[in-house]
Design a protein around this ligand. Structure first.
Ligand SMILES: Cc1cc2nc3c(=O)[nH]c(=O)nc-3n(C[C@H](O)[C@H](O)[C@H](O)COP(=O)(O)OP(=O)(O)OC[C@H]3O[C@@H](n4cnc5c(N)ncnc54)[C@H](O)[C@@H]3O)c2cc1C
Length: 379
């Protein structure tokens, strides 16, 4: 049986970051990915902040950043709020591959087409069974997405609330705002979520939706119809869906010899559903803690719990954004319109990203309805 210090399961943003960080900190690392390629195997809008690349240690080269984008947010009656802060539309596959390359440079091994089928405790270590091999690992990092096999194998039953999403990549679009990512809110457009148009090029865009309590595809098709001037002659060249864990981080993601990170642990900003940056950060923190724990010969839950300290800033952001989501999800379309009239760009950024939601709440306190319905929940 092959022994490894750290086995990372899953080659998404969280997994490649964990492999890089663990290898960089001196561990003997194996990364296992079930698909034939390390790439964005799951649908994704592929939009992120500039800081995401800084955190990941990836240069914003033309290969990885398809283009820079500002944001436009629309209320139910189409009140537009422009967010001038520039983010990136990235080629997520190249982004993940670049981090995987860095992991390999630090000495990590990477196996594709190798699916982990079960993980089982063996004394103080773990047997990691795959479709090809069985490994003995001192630490397992479960970065295997929402339907995590690692979590299931070790008996974790808590799952963050998912929002089902469907996304088309559409070709031959006539985009009015080719340099902007657009978000559309409202109970008629996307109940419990939002719809988006993220351009890849002038003619190519990711058009998607997340809804709760309704059939996502029906709402996406209605959304596409509504934008017939831009999307009427466009063809769907990619049609996929996936759940996004928006219910906040699971209460425990660290166990004896195991860490869960990324979507597997609900490391997603609830109100936006953005998980690239938070997953990269979680992977980096988990990899560091795992390598140091192995070097010290103590891979207990207590030792690995240092992860919570390193990831504390993100866990707080996730908590605050969840609070904001719970407050916003009960607003009527009229109330969302009122919010759009009051809000400025920085208010949306703070609220959605779980940053200074207290400041936003104070701003709303003087409003007769929103003070009661929103501000109080946020404080
Ligand atoms: C439609 C949609 C749009 C989104 N848009 C954005 C966006 O614009 N910006 C943003 O920041 N976030 C976005 N997100 C969220 C983001 O995609 C995820 O939060 C992020 O990819 C999570 O990374 P991860 O590494 O934890 O998991 P994943 O990206 O899911 O990667 C998990 C990896 O593990 C592999 N795997 C699974 N099981 C096994 C197994 N048993 N053995 C081996 N390998 C396994 C999978 O093949 C996969 O490669 C979007 C999500 C969706 C669904």
């Amino acid at each position: 049986m092959i022994e490894r210090d750290v086995v990372v399961v899953g080659g998404g943003p969280a997994g490649v970051s964990a492999a890089k960080s663990a290898a960089m900190n001196g561990a003997d690392v194996l990364l296992l990915e079930k698909y034939p390629t390390i790439m964005a195997n799951k649908p994704c809008g592929e939009a992120c902040s500039q800081e995401t690349l800084v955190t990941a240690g990836v240069k914003p080269s033309h290969r990885i950043v398809m283009h820079e984008a500002y944001a436009l947010v629309y209320s139910p009656s189409m009140i537009e709020i422009e967010i001038k802060r520039i983010g990136y539309n990235i080629n997520k596959s190249f982004f993940i591959q670049e981090i995987a390359a860095q992991a390999a440079e630090y000495g990590a091994d990477i196996h594709v087409r190798e699916e982990v089928t079960a993980v089982k405790r063996e004394n103080s270590k773990y047997l990691v069974k795959t479709n090809r091999e069985t490994y003995l690992a001192k630490v397992v990092i479960g970065a295997d997405g929402y339907n995590s096999t690692v979590a299931r194998s070790i008996g974790v039953t808590e799952r963050p609330e998912p929002i089902p999403t469907v996304q088309y990549i559409m070709a031959n679009c006539k985009l009015k705002h080719p340099d902007a990512v657009r978000f559309y809110l409202g109970n008629k457009v996307a109940p419990g979520g939002y719809a988006w148009i993220f351009p890849r090029t002038e003619k190519l865009a990711e058009v998607g939706i997340g809804v709760r309590g309704a059939v996502a595809k029906d709402y996406l098709d209605a959304f596409v119809k509504k934008f017939s001037d831009e999307l009427g002659n466009a063809k769907i060249i990619d049609y996929r869906g996936a759940p996004v864990p928006i219910g906040g981080a699971i209460s425990e993601s660290v166990f004896d010899g195991v860490l869960l990170v990324g979507d597997a642990a609900g490391h997603v900003i609830p109100l936006t559903g953005a998980g690239i940056h938070s997953s990269v950060s979680a992977g980096l923190a988990a990899g560091k803690v795992a390598a140091e724990a192995v070097a010290e010969g103590d891979t207990s839950k207590q030792r690995l719990s240092e992860f919570y300290k390193l990831y504390d800033n993100w866990l707080n952001r996730i908590k605050r954004s969840l609070k904001a989501m719970r407050a916003v999800e009960v607003l009527s379309d009229e109330e969302l319109d009122t919010l759009a009239r009051i809000f400025q760009a920085e208010d949306i950024l703070d609220l959605a990203n779980g940053l200074d939601i207290g400041r936003v709440a104070k701003k709303l306190l003087s409003h007769p309805v929103l003070a009661f319905k929103l501000a109080r929940q946020l404080l």
